[in-house]
Design a protein around this ligand. Structure first.
Ligand code: EPZ
Length: 420
């Protein structure tokens, strides 16, 4: 049995909704918690599929892990296995964050090549460069990443691009290495900063996260801590886009408005009203929205993870928008689904979409081709006339906690239906 998401479109979203903890922050912080020499409590944990997969994987490795509502308790002092099983590791991209962790704890890691969304090639050369610079021997063999190290020693690491994964993996290696590591051209995403703050709460010395240069003094013993994960930037953005798409009036609570600058600027340009408080963002739209051009970039640029829901919104904006994907090579697979709903989108190459705004979309049976494609399908379904059935709802559940419930609480007509 699987599940589809059925949306009766055309209802305006209205009211207040709170955002969950960050998926990609949790993805880095849960393995980082294994480095502590005592129990850690991770709060504001999103209840999504990735968190459950992590729990199973950590238990398999020998850690004691308990999960409650919005919280995970991790005691990894008993970890004695270095090889998480492929059927779990392949379910998510972040499983390769276990490589530096197991390397630091046990001197060896055998981790299956990471899974995650099918959005084009996702090389790991920068991660390998970071770890080898610090003294690890890393090789890829039989679909596995095999890493070994005697002693890890801090070093300068220059990343060719500000890769989130390589920055996280190098940080996790560096806190376990003797001496100083400097990461140049580091990723600046909010979840990288959150990981640095979490490592700081364990007693690590990590400075400069959120800038291009991160300095780590490694080799300190790390103690347990309690730490609350930041709110999810991409869930916040998805809800903002859904509010705008339905000409709604939605206040998103528990958010961090500065993380949303790139999206807010685009929505303002489209004619959406946005007001912000400390941790609240109110999004109001009425009437026709204007087309805009969007180019995805590393933070603080427009996030690639919001490109898909944004394109669904642009499909009904008045005029022609150009959407250019600069981060991943194949992140427009979902466009075919939007075309089935009546959107007018043409691809001029694999990274650039020309979106001619149409009056309306029409409900159809469509498929979520990956997590954020699923978010685009949801936005399209909320806008469309009639009924939209979205297959592969499990992709959406990978990254959004109770999205259907949250949308219902705002007045959307959304239901999950079990299908053979
Ligand atoms: C992280 O992926 C996120 N995943 C992605 O979120 C997000 O889209 C991406 O960062 C960009 O913000 C997690 O945090 C678990 P990268 P990651 O390394 O780390 C190239 C979602 O929907 N590159 O920053 O894999 C790479 O090909 C997911 O929540 C290399 O060439 O992204 C890409 O073009 C999807 N060599 C660019 O850098 C490398 O060694 C950025 O990738 C590493 C990356």
């Amino acid at each position: 049995m699987g599940e589809i998401l059925r949306i009766h479109g055309g209802y305006r979203l209205e009211g207040e909704v709170s955002v969950s903890g960050g998926k990609n922050a949790a993805a880095a912080i849960i393995p980082a918690a294994m480095l502590a020499l005592g129990p850690c409590t991770v709060e504001n944990l999103p209840d999504n599929e990735d968190s459950h997969v992590y729990m199973e994987m950590l238990r398999w490795l020998g850690a004691k892990v308990e999960m409650g509502k919005g919280v995970m308790h991790i005691d990894a002092t008993t970890v004695d296995r270095c090889n998480p099983p492929a059927e779990l590791a392949s379910k998510m991209r972040a499983s390769y964050y276990l490589v530096p962790v197991l390397l630091g704890l046990l001197g060896r890691a055998e981790v299956p090549m990471p899974g995650g969304c099918n959005i084009g090639a996702r090389p790991i050369d920068q991660t390998i460069k970071g770890m080898t610079s610090l003294g690890a021997q890393v090789r890829q063999e039989r679909g596995m990443i095999i890493a070994e190290a005697g002693e890890l020693v801090g070093s300068d690491v220059y990343l060719d691009m500000p890769s989130v994964g390589a920055t996280v993996n190098t940080m996790l290696t560096a806190v376990m290495a003797r001496g100083n590591t400097v990461i140049y051209n580091a990723a600046k995403e909010p979840h990288v900063v959150d990981l640095a703050n979490f490592l700081g709460s364990l007693g690590a010395s990590v400075k400069g996260a959120g800038t291009d240069i991160i300095r780590i003094r490694g080799g300190r013993p790390l103690h347990g801590s309690s730490y609350a994960i930041i709110p999810d930037q991409i869930e916040t953005g998805t809800l903002m886009i859904a509010a705008a798409a339905t000409c709604g009036d939605v206040t998103i609570t528990g958010a961090i408005p500065p993380h949303m600058e790139a999206l807010s600027a685009k929505l303002l340009e489209m004619g959406v009203h946005i007001s912000e408080d400390d941790d609240r963002i109110r999004v109001r739209a009425n009437g026709k929205l204007r087309a805009v051009s969007v180019k995805t970039q590393a933070y603080p640029g427009f996030p690639t993870d919001l490109q898909q829901p944004m394109t669904a919104l642009l499909s009904i904006a008045s005029g022609t928008s150009v959407v250019n994907e600069r981060i991943f090579e194949s992140r427009f697979r979902y466009v075919d689904e939007l075309l089935r709903m009546g959107a007018d989108i043409s691809m001029i190459d694999s990274r650039t979409a020309i979106v001619n705004g149409v009056e309306k979309l029409t409900g159809a049976r469509i498929t979520a081709t990956d997590l954020r494609a699923g978010a685009a399908m949801v936005v399209a379904g909320l806008i469309a006339d009639g009924v939209t059935d979205i297959d592969n709802f499990h992709y959406i559940q990978r990254g959004y906690e109770n999205l259907d419930e949250k949308l219902r609480s705002l007045g959307a007509h959304v239901e999950r239906i079990r299908v053979p």
